[in-house]
Design a protein around this ligand. Sequence first.
Ligand SMILES: *Cc1c(COP(=O)(O)O)cnc(C)c1O
Length: 387
Amino acid sequence: MTLTELDKTYVAGTYSRFPLEIVEGSGCLVRDSGGREYIDMGSGIAVNTFGFADSRWAAAVTAQLSKLQHMSNLYYTEPCAVLAKMLCEKTGMKKVFFSNSGAEANECAIKTARKYSADKYGELRHTIITLENSFHGRTITTLAATGQAQFHRDFKPLTPGFAHVKPGDIRAVEEIMGTCGVAAIMIELIQGEGGVVPLDSGFVNELAQIARENDILLICDEIQTGSGRTGKLLASMNYGITPDIVTAAKGLAGGLPLGATLFGEKTAGVLGPGDHGSTFGGNPVCCAGAVSILERIDDELLREVRSKSDYIFGELSGAEGVSAVTGMGLMLGIETKKSAQDVLSACMERGVLVLTAKNRIRLLPPLNIPFDLLKKAVGVIKSACAE
Ligand SMILES: *Cc1c(COP(=O)(O)O)cnc(C)c1O
């Protein structure tokens, strides 16, 4: 059997894969089984923060791998504690819980919000407000949080206690607060899977104010927008808000599975011994990878992210076949006159891998993509949109 046949026969059919067998990569280039090279503008969906097999990251990971690959959370290990300190110092948050994925980071945020509210106000005050068109994960609870009916179909009953409002609709938030006890509001500042749609900053600031005044926790799902992706370490820094809980995953460990739930002043003490846990959470290899990524997301790199972003906006806004460019930093959506699938295929034929989100092309290149490769990729995308 070919690799494709093996996969189709034995791997559960949850993904409709492109007809490429990816073998290896280096930096922003990746090679398929036929030896063909592609410029990667997706980073494995915002995961490979510094591209494939980055040498500094790989050295940090392999050094840790040959020392201690795993230990249970019954003991102290260095990478986990060092990473938590770095995360807190760079974000102003106070404590961190580590897990293995975005969905788990959100599960932890939701559990924490419910417990915070139950401890102070009783269990009836448990509703979590999220937004329509959001995406928060694939577990039964994070699906309930996700405000897109297409993901809910066939999996009901979902976890109760979630209410969805339209982005921008403050009145709907107040209405829900009038009818049931609200524990938290959970948002993606830029709806990634929803089509790379940034929330309006007036709306976000109103939500933050309502949350603060009513002791409702504000949770920012920064699983896609974190790790420097939007030109600041966290997207919430672009909005000037201070969430009570931030979740991160995807790009956090540069390609290894790691989720993090960051707690602010109010929430740092909510979870105590036995309240939550994870066998692999805080794995030393993943944490060592994350430390090596985080120490490189400095002001200079973030400036570079913003200037690459400006370049892409400049090239593609108003270009032929392009209706709109949305997003922030190196998390961009391109609304095209042709179908996004057609543009994606044309790019792939010309050696550039892009993503889609809803009806848009989505770009999430490695943050350190060299300018010459970026120019080449943007040129290909531009011509694919124009024809
Ligand atoms: C990807 C993503 C998730 C889910 O992360 P997994 O690691 O796939 O569980 C949750 N929220 C947002 C905003 C995401 O982009």
